[in-house]
Write a new protein. Structure first.
Length: 94
């Protein structure tokens, strides 16, 4: 869902072929780090839930909760604003 929000905000500003290419370049710069964190956190949660660290119910919450904290703090308005700012910077350089 976050990917769609950012990509939609970027594509709304497209008025040329160059802008279109720029939008995808910015999208990749902005979204890839967050997506990679989600992949890494999912992998780690899988290790936890498969018993790599034991399956003691009272400890699972403490191990799992930190895996997703970064998502709860993600402000999508700021994220979209940052993407649009980066797109304007690239457009001004060309």
């Amino acid at each position: 869902m976050e990917d769609t929000m950012v990509l939609g905000a970027l594509l709304e500003t497209v008025s040329s072929k160059e802008d279109f290419e720029c939008a995808f370049q910015v999208y990749n710069k902005v979204r890839r780090p967050c997506c990679q964190r989600i992949i890494n956190s999912s992998r780690e949660a899988g290790h936890i839930l498969c018993g790599q660290f034991g399956l003691q119910a009272d400890k699972l919450h403490g191990l799992l909760a930190p895996q997703w904290n970064f998502l709860f703090g993600l402000d999508m308005s700021d994220h979209k604003r940052d993407a649009l700012h980066k797109m304007r910077e690239i457009q001004q350089k060309t």
